[in-house]
Design a protein around this ligand. Structure first.
Ligand code: DX5
Ligand code: ZN
Length: 219
């Protein structure tokens, strides 16, 4: 099933409530929360995302999909677990050892939250194979993390194909999410590569009709 997770990273503050309500009406499948700490990536969105997540929770029951682009993964799990998100995804590049990855996976799961593991464009997908049986989602970044509104890097979709083939051959039941530069013109390529959850930011929030855009993206 195709699911759309709308990134609210680039929503303007004075428009936030209106846009979030519009996304509820437009039936986004998830609100995608991009938490950046100013260390793992240059930008710091910690205060803004906390504020936005609070607002979203007041307006909507639509599931929250948290994408942690941070070094202190555990600290931010503690912060976001309180919002009762559907899923928390962290970056394998933010960890120091395989043991740490396993500990973080267990830590998220122990709080009744699904776990996602993410790879940046230059990280080999094979690096996370050993964790796949223990997680719910793999987030393949299709741009360098850090900013909305970038162009999709086509080579990253090859990684999606490799991962899709691997999980099918090994009977692993896992969602494949892609994030960065996804829009109506290229979503088909990402779908054909094997992704089933699509993070879309600017292509939805900057469109004139969010409901129509989400409908087009879902087809
Ligand atoms: C990038 C973020 C993305 C991004 C999506 O670091 O993880 O979620 O903001 O925005 P668009 O769709 O505009 O690339
Ligand atoms: Zn994201």
């Amino acid at each position: 099933m195709v699911e759309i997770s709308t990134s609210i990273l680039n929503v303007e503050k004075d428009q936030a409530t209106k846009i979030f309500y519009g996304l509820e009406v437009a039936h986004t499948d998830y609100f995608h929360i991009d938490v950046m700490d100013g260390k793992f990536v240059p930008k710091d969105t910690t205060e803004l995302m906390k504020d936005y997540t609070n607002t979203v929770k007041q307006i909507s029951n639509i599931p929250i999909d948290v994408h942690l682009m941070v070094e202190d993964v555990k600290g931010f799990i503690d912060e976001y677990a309180g919002f009762n998100p559907n899923i928390i995804t962290f970056h394998v590049e933010a960890t120091k050892s395989k043991e740490e990855v396993k500990e973080l996976i267990d830590y998220i799961k122990s709080q009744g939250i699904k776990v996602g593991l993410s790879v940046k464009p230059n990280t080999k997908i094979e690096e996370i194979y050993e964790f796949l049986p223990y997680i719910h989602l793999c987030l393949v970044m299709t741009v360098e993390p850090g900013l909305g509104g970038q162009k999709l890097i086509p080579e990253t979709l090859e990684k999606v194909s490799i991962l899709k083939k691997y999980i099918d051959e090994n009977n692993i039941d896992i969602d494949i999410e892609v994030d960065g530069g996804i829009k109506p013109e290229n979503i088909e390529d990402a779908k054909n590569a094997g992704a089933n959850i699509f993070v879309v930011g600017t292509a939805i929030v900057n469109s004139d009709n969010m409901e129509e855009t989400i409908e087009v993206l879902r087809k």
